[in-house]
Design a protein around this ligand. Sequence first.
Ligand code: 5GP
Ligand code: ZN
Length: 113
Amino acid sequence: MAENCVFCRIAEGSIPAEKVYENDEFVAFRDLNPQAPVHVLLIPRQHFATLLDVEDTALLGRALRCVQEVAKQLGLADDGFRVVVNCRENGGQTVYHLHWHILGGRFMTWPPG
Ligand code: 5GP
Ligand code: ZN
C-alpha cells in the first residue's frame, strides 16, 4: 500500500466508498463526483501510480474482464458505456493509483474535452 494514497485506503476499507464489485485483485466503487448517471472506478488492489507502471499485461486483461462484469451488473450492457484511463498530466489524471472509469447511463459525446 502506498502512503497517502486515497485509493489504497478505499481498497483496504479505511476510507469509505460505495463498492459495487470486488474480488481478490480488484475493487470497483462509485465516483465521488460522477460525470454520468453511472460512474464507477475500477482499481487494482495493488498500487500502480499510472497505466505506464504495470508490467503484467495479464493483469490489464483481467481488469477489462472486471469491466465487463461491472457493466453487466449495473445494467450498462444493452445501451453501452465508456471506459477511460487517464494517464498523467495531459490525460487529466488526478489520483495516482491506476483506475478505469466506467461511465454510462447517458449518451457520451466524442471527442472528450
Ligand atoms: P482521474 O482524474 O485521476 O482520472 O480520476 C480520479 C477520480 O477519482 C475523479 O473522478 C474523482 O471524482 C474520484 N475521486 C477522488 N477522490 C475520491 C474519493 O475519495 N472517493 C471516490 N469515490 N472517488 C474519488
Ligand atoms: Zn494506491
